[in-house]
Design a protein around this ligand. Structure first.
Ligand code: ZN
Length: 146
């Protein structure tokens, strides 16, 4: 990875950190989940609205943490909003694979690719993954379903 590309990716991450997409609370969410990364102190809480039991119609996040975690949450909500749940699960898996040095980063889309460099810093991988594991919890757990 060239230095210029690193700088560009750094800029994308900072942009999401400074103006997070889909930040806030969902009114009357169908599902919620909270995630905590004790290594860094990152916290993420998610609210989801699920249409017809199968489409992620709305997703918002709140939380506080490092720029990697907040940018990852912002990018994730952008990437999965409006998707069928089956596709959402696929994207969660794809992102985890890339963070673990497998999978195809090209499949993630431009903004998320900015996080690929994080995999070189094992301590930060948990920061990037926290929103995604929290989303997985929110989708899989039955609690909070009306
Ligand atoms: Zn962090």
């Amino acid at each position: 990875m060239s230095g210029d590309l690193d700088a560009l990716y750094q800029e994308i991450i900072l942009d999401h950190h400074e103006s997070p997409r889909n930040f806030g609370a969902v009114e009357k969410p169908d599902r919620t989940a909270e995630g905590f990364n004790p290594l860094c102190g990152d916290r993420v809480s998610l609210g989801l609205k699920i249409d017809g039991g199968s489409c992620l119609a709305e997703i918002r996040f709140k939380g506080e943490g490092c720029s990697i975690c907040m940018a990852s949450a912002s990018m994730m909500t952008d990437a999965v909003k409006g998707c069928p749940l089956s596709e959402v699960s696929g994207k969660i898996q794809a992102f985890r694979d890339v963070m673990q040095g497998q999978g195809n980063p090209e499949a993630l889309g431009e903004d998320l690719r900015a996080l690929e460099g994080v995999k070189r810093f094992p301590v930060r991988i948990k920061c990037a993954l926290l929103p995604w594991t929290t989303l997985k919890d929110a989708i899989e757990k039955k609690e909070g379903v009306k």
